[in-house]
Ligand binder design. Sequence first.
Ligand code: LLP
Length: 425
Amino acid sequence: MQTAPPFSTSRTDIAGQSVSDLAAQFGTPLYVYDIDPIEQRIRDLSMFDVIRFAQKACGNLAILDRVRKRGVVVDAVSAGEIRRAIAAGYSAQPGSHDIVYTADIFDAESLDLVIEHGLMVNCGSPDMISQLGERRPGSDVTLRINPGFGHGHSQKTNTGGQQSKHGIWHTQIDDCLLRADQSGITITGLHMHIGSGTDLQHLGEVCGAMEKAAIQVGRTIKTISAGGGLPIPYKDGETYVDLAKYFELWDGVRNRLSEQFGHPIELEIEPGRFLTAESGSLIAEVRSVKKVGDNLFTLVDAGFNDLARPVMYGAHHPISVAAAAGAVDASQRESIEMVIGGPLCESGDIFTQREGGFVDSRLLPIVRVGDFIVIENAGAYGFVMASNYNSKTRAAEVLIEDGQAKLIRKRETFEDLVRGEVIPD
Ligand code: LLP
């Protein structure tokens, strides 16, 4: 599974459900998830002892419920994510490692929840060790180590190296051991997440850094986590990581550490994007097609309030066209270069752009008002990064499973939008 089939610029359905029917039934903009690719990705990673879903990628309760039922545990980066995991049925009993709080700080609420439920913590800052020690001496923790280098599809998603705020700097492990000792805390695991990439040599360097750090901490180590960062192809020609080779690298580290420490070491992986990105699509309706100088703008009813990745990172998402009910199938139409934008009062509200904010065009089947565009691979960092900018209500979400489209989040209403706002006398 190293290369994906080429992306098509036209489609009629998502997992067997007609795009125009989905739009008619649930309205647009609409996030649609297909359960099948999620199940497939879980199977792809089955050689790891533990698959821990980074729910920040796609935290809808129904998605969490479905991955939980398939044996996947979760991380939580905030009090809200802890509560989500519990609401989706994850165990929050002391001693259970179903939910791990993994962050660079505790805020008051997240620390309270961690204490209340006896949750496992993955510390991304030395201060977290002392703060946990004050409230819960005797705890086991894991440490997220920044090995001093990282990678990412954009500088904003690179989570290693000295430009990154994430993790405990690799030269501060002794300091952490001292703090842990003073706080009655035991370091039982290490974790590294440095961004996403496919370069096995680079990934091998992470493994080397992990092995070195684990030896420095010593035989209290029982688990190591490879973090997330498994990429998926967003453009033709982009590849997946060679999973067999990737696992082999980590398995080697695990086996050597096991031998050295004289006990088994559990190997975790913590993917977000890999599990859900390809399952999700954002359907938007074409509302205007207009010439602006030499550019043809197709304006749709979804904007960067719905999907922020193109604007934030210049991220490229595959886009396809689906015909309005009764219109000529998009695959039968001629293609033309167009810029695709949304409804927001921002010039940057453009889905076809490159990093640096440059408007780009895409060769797509000719569209008319009432047709749909489907922004693909939007199941990770899609809905979860949505906002109410321009007082837009957030989209509905639908899950397709067993051949049926099921609503898993209602479209927001105006009442949701102003809930909590107060006009003082
Ligand atoms: N574990 C930790 C500690 C993380 O910080 C992250 C992502 C993951 C796992 C999952 O990474 P993944 O497997 O999804 O690459 N909003 C950006 C991505 C930010 C990722 C932040 N951390 C985007 O849309 O590309």
